[in-house]
Design a protein around this ligand. Structure first.
Ligand code: C5P
Length: 215
């Protein structure tokens, strides 16, 4: 298979990260979860609420390490688990709407894809970060199923939230992400939409691998 980049976009909790990680493993590619980068800046903002976000972005030291998945280091500290907590989830879409934040992270993400061989998931990967990606997927699923999957995921991570709270959070974040001024979440014209409602992880993974192997 020739060396390609795969962009996976879609609304919150659509299973992008789980699938992107599997696809990368099977195809021997590098997996990058860009949501984790926006979450890390949000964590820094929570830790330093008195500093302007534009200033925080200038001084931030983010390190992404691929180690059976992805670990993310903020100013030298592994925050991979901490960034999944509710306080970060609640604030991330606001922080992600800042121009300074997006400029900084998109540049870092583009550097990571220069040599190809990357499966990257997020909201603006096919439209902004790697518009020339060889394969673009737009992954959707019903809100109910996304909330149910996130509930299971949260239980495994020890994060408390009810199904109702998760439905509200998912709808709220989708709205913010789809209506923000800079790089809103939208399907790229040349992306292939996959509705994963009722599909297993294996089925979605296999479908993407099949598409990638045709490239
Ligand atoms: O993927 P995840 O749900 O962890 O992303 C958290 C948030 O980060 C999203 O709701 C969105 O506001 C922001 N994000 C973004 N652009 C990306 C990835 C994530 O704006 N490429």
């Amino acid at each position: 298979m020739k060396k390609i980049n795969i962009a996976i976009d879609g609304p919150a909790a659509a299973g992008k990260s789980t699938i992107a990680k599997r696809v990368a493993e099977i195809l021997g590619m590098v997996y990058v979860d860009t949501g984790a980068m926006y979450r890390a800046i949000t964590l820094l903002h929570i830790q330093q609420p008195d500093k302007e976000i534009d200033d925080l972005v200038q001084s931030i030291d983010l390190k992404i390490v691929n180690d059976n998945g992805q670990r993310i280091y903020l100013n030298g500290i592994d925050v991979s688990d901490r960034i999944r907590a509710n306080d970060v989830t609640l604030n991330v879409s606001k922080v992600a709407s800042f121009a300074s934040v997006r400029t900084k992270l998109v540049k870092l993400q583009q550097e990571m894809t220069e040599n190809k061989g990357v499966v990257m998931d997020g909201r603006d990967i096919g439209t902004k970060v790697i518009p020339d990606a060889e394969l673009k997927i737009y992954m959707i699923a019903s809100v109910q199923e996304r909330a149910e999957r996130r509930l299971l995921d949260n239980q495994n991570r020890g994060i408390e939230a009810t199904l109702e709270e998760l439905i509200i959070d998912i709808e709220r974040r989708d709205h913010l992400d789809m209506t923000r001024e800079i790089s809103p979440l939208t399907k790229a014209d040349d992306a292939i939409e996959i509705d994963t409602t009722g599909m297993s992880i294996e089925e979605v993974t296999n479908r993407i691998i099949e598409l990638a192997r045709k490239k």
